[in-house]
Design a protein around this ligand. Structure first.
Ligand code: 5RP
Length: 235
């Protein structure tokens, strides 16, 4: 049998949270993919009856290919569980997400689920948001210059994300552009979340503040968990 890596192992732990009859949000990215695969295996081999809601076109296609019953995001009012990866996690469980292009769907699922569980390996643990990656900020196309100007006035640096071939701009699944911006370290996750929420033209951004219920971390095969206190979450 092939050795399984930390991302795969943390995903296997998370699938144990899924129970018969649940509606489950599927994340996007390599860790979320392992979760989707194991969920599909349980559905097929163990008869686990669930519905899934995808956070992106990519995870929707994967779930469809593997035979999971999909519900459209338009048709739900709540989720039992949403499981996704993250690019950064701070000690107060603030997340940075959005290397994919579907920030709005990801945040909708995070806000809608009874439990939002985030799966990471230790490379994702940081002391402050923006330590390893710029902050992705989805903008209405006609507003990008005005928003960019405001972000620069806050000390932000960066510009529009290029597409994968570097021959055009990255576009989200519903037509937004994405600014990837770095900010001075005195603007922490809480302050940035607050400021970005106030700017017209920003559709959504990659700071997930007080949304995660728990972080599952696997390092060298060992699972550890960080559970949010009630004050730390949306609930
Ligand atoms: C996509 C995300 C991903 O969860 C994040 O990029 C982590 O990806 P991976 O599991 O491949 O390391 O936020 O928008």
């Amino acid at each position: 049998m092939n050795a399984i890596n930390d991302k795969q192992q943390v995903a296997l732990h998370a699938t144990k949270l899924v129970e018969h009859g649940m509606t489950v949000g599927l994340g996007t990215g390599s860790t979320a993919n392992y979760f989707i695969e194991e969920l599909a295996r349980r559905h097929t081999q163990e008869g686990l009856q669930i519905n899934v809601v995808a956070s992106s076109v990519v995870s929707c296609l994967k779930a469809q290919t593997l035979g999971l019953p999909i519900k459209a995001i338009e048709h739900i009012t709540r989720l039992d569980l949403y499981v996704d990866g993250a690019d950064e996690v701070t000690p107060d469980l603030t997340l940075l997400k959005g290397r994919g292009y579907d920030l709005v769907r990801e945040k909708l699922l995070a806000q809608t689920s009874d439990q939002f569980i985030v799966l990471v390996d230790p490379s994702k643990l940081v002391t402050h948001i923006g330590e390893n990656f710029p902050i992705p900020i989805e903008v209405v196309p006609f507003a990008w210059q005005l928003v960019h100007h405001k972000l620069e006035a806050m000390g932000g640096k960066g510009g529009l994300r290029q597409n994968a071939n570097k021959d055009g701009l990255a576009i989200s699944s519903h037509g937004s552009l994405i600014l990837d911006m770095t900010f001075p370290p005195e603007l922490d996750g809480e302050a940035l979340n607050h400021k970005l929420n106030q700017i017209a033209g920003i559709v959504e951004h990659g700071i997930f503040y007080k949304l995660a219920n728990a972080i599952y971390i696997v390092a060298d095969g060992q699972l550890s968990k960080r559970i949010a206190t009630t004050q730390q979450t949306k609930n």
